[in-house]
Ligand binder design. Structure first.
Ligand code: UD1
Ligand code: CA
Length: 495
């Protein structure tokens, strides 16, 4: 594409409608497909052509739709036009025109916000063809075996496009036509302004139809071309929950097929929910019931056993995620072993060769290379040094009811089981923490730290306790004799 000679391009996206057939309290374009609202997906494709400004026509839940659009394109020249009452696609386009500079004389791309699987390459090819032919008005059409409720493309005796006729206004003969309007148009701004000014609502729905600009342009002597797109599926709009689910399944199938073609094993593709844009390295094996959402990068030779939920997370090479791992906004280095049943919350960073085992919860926790927390821990707002072993049941006490505080543990420490670290607190390198210690002060390098209450025993106490409950309905039938021990319960006093 020759940018030096390209005419300026603006875009209009229609997203004011409620989407009656969704039977929802939310605007249709806010419903999500493969993890992103419909409007975000449509805008993403449109933005690939670099139009400025992009005017989004909003109506139903205008603020939420505008916010979703802004989140999608934070750096674009995005503007919003309000259409409080939905009087048709032509009325919506007219309102958008009001947000373009009055002297804008370039091309205007118009699309609908509920078309979520548009391919940017298709839009590019369409624009290039229109530019090469010098059309003042063109739109994308496709051939459908079952053209249903779509607008039909009618042609004159010479085969030139003469109009788009909405299904509800079409004669039986026109309804038989299989070339339909996808709803994507490219128009020279001056022609668009003139044509929109001439719209009338004299049709079955008493609406202003954007599609009428085709017949109007012809009346003014402008040829109109329909650019026949090869893949009709791309232009499917979402009108109902069923269509949404079908499209979701279609996207998922495509993503899974591409991943398998690239060398990823999916043990059960039917239950692998992987967002478009996620990258997965070669020879990685993904088990059943796995969701990998948002912007995830999964390394090579990783094993994800199954029942995992990952969002916006990086997983290094050769990691092993056992059954039941949940991770959000985490960076997991190479060769880590996680789970089963581990919850890695936002801000968790594992440098590599780490082990985070069952029932361990981490949040804003950085574990240096080789550090391990194998069982039943909470590590929040914590920095844990290299090769440190965090024992079973260790807890960082990070919250005082007002603020969160940081725990730092050095390299090569042995943090005994059932230790609490009351933050803010720093434990040096090479420290041994005795089991059951509550650490309330900083500990220097190389120290042993313990805070044990002296152990006390009352020999024979259990039998006395049972004796006091002799008449109780739950009374033990054969209380153990004094002094005898079962297993290691009780032990030897003073040992
Ligand atoms: C429209 C086309 C039809 C085409 C089909 C392709 C018209 C008149 N018809 O029909 O030729 O085959 O799309 O999918 O354009 N909207 C507004 N304001 C309004 C009305 C609609 O913003 O007043 C928005 C909707 O939110 C939606 C889009 O425009 O995103 C399309 O509207 P919709 O009612 O779905 O048009 P269709 O009947 O599908
Ligand atoms: Ca539609």
């Amino acid at each position: 594409m020759d940018h030096a000679t390209a005419r300026p391009l603006a875009a209009i996206v229609l997203a004011a409608g409620r989407g009656t057939r969704m039977r929802s309290d939310r605007a249709k374009v806010l419903h999500e497909l493969a993890g992103a609202p419909l409007i975000a997906r449509a805008l993403g494709a449109i933005a690939s052509l670099g139009p400025a400004p992009i005017v989004v026509v909003v109506g139903h839940q205008a603020d939420d739709v505008a916010a979703a659009a802004s989140r999608t394109l934070p750096h674009a020249d995005l503007r919003f036009a309000m259409q409080a009452e939905q009087r048709g696609t032509g009325d919506a386009a007219r309102r958008a025109l009001g947000e373009l500079p009055a002297d804008f004389a370039g091309d205007v791309l118009i699309a609908y916000g509920d078309m979520p699987i548009l391919d940017p390459a298709t839009l590019g090819a369409f624009r290039e063809s229109v530019r090469a032919r010098g059309d003042a008005l063109a739109f994308i059409s496709v051939e459908l075996d079952d053209p249903g409720a779509y607008g039909r493309v009618t042609r004159d005796a010479a085969g030139a496009v003469s109009a788009i006729v909405e299904a509800r206004d079409a004669t039986a003969a026109v309804l038989k036509l299989c070339e339909i309007n996808t709803g994507i148009y490219l128009a020279a701004a001056p022609l668009l302004r003139a044509a929109l000014g001439e719209l009338r609502a004299d049709n079955a729905q008493s609406e202003y139809y954007l599609t009428d600009i085709v017949a109007i342009a012809r009346r003014h002597g402008h040829p109109v071309s329909a650019w026949r797109a090869p893949n009709p599926a791309e232009f499917a709009g979402v009108n109902s929950r069923e269509e949404l689910a079908r499209m979701e399944a279609q996207i998922r199938e495509d993503v899974n097929r591409q991943l398998m073609a690239a060398g990823v094993t999916l043990l059960d593709p039917a239950t692998a929910y992987i967002a478009p844009g996620v990258t997965v390295g070669r020879d990685t094996v993904i088990g059943p019931n796995v969701q990998i959402l948002g912007a995830c990068r999964i390394g090579a030779q990783v094993v994800i056993e199954g029942t995992a939920w990952l969002r916006d997370t990086v997983v290094g090479d050769r990691c092993h995620l056992k059954l039941g791992v949940r991770a959000e906004q985490c960076v997991i280095g190479d060769e880590c072993e996680i789970g089963p049943f581990a919850n890695l919350r936002a801000g968790t960073e594992l440098e590599g060769h780490n082990r985070v085992g069952n029932f361990v919860e981490t949040k804003k926790a950085r574990l240096g290379r080789g550090a391990k927390a194998s069982h039943l821990s909470y590590l929040g707002d914590a920095f844990i040094g290299r090769d440190t072993n965090v024992g079973c049941g260790v807890i960082t006490v990070n919250y005082d009811g007002y603020d969160k505080h940081v725990t730092r543990i050095g390299d090569r420490c042995m943090v005994g089981c059932d230790t609490q670290l009351v933050a803010p607190v720093t434990v040096g390198d090479d420290v041994y923490v005795a089991a059951g210690t509550t650490i309330v002060r900083d500990v220097p390098n190389g120290a042993l730290v313990m805070a044990h209450h002296p152990q006390r025993e009352r020999p024979g106490w259990t039998a006395q306790w049972h004796a006091r409950h002799a008449g109780h309905p739950k009374a033990a039938p054969h209380p153990k004799a004094e002094g005898k021990t079962g297993g290691n319960a009780g032990g030897t006093p003073g040992a």
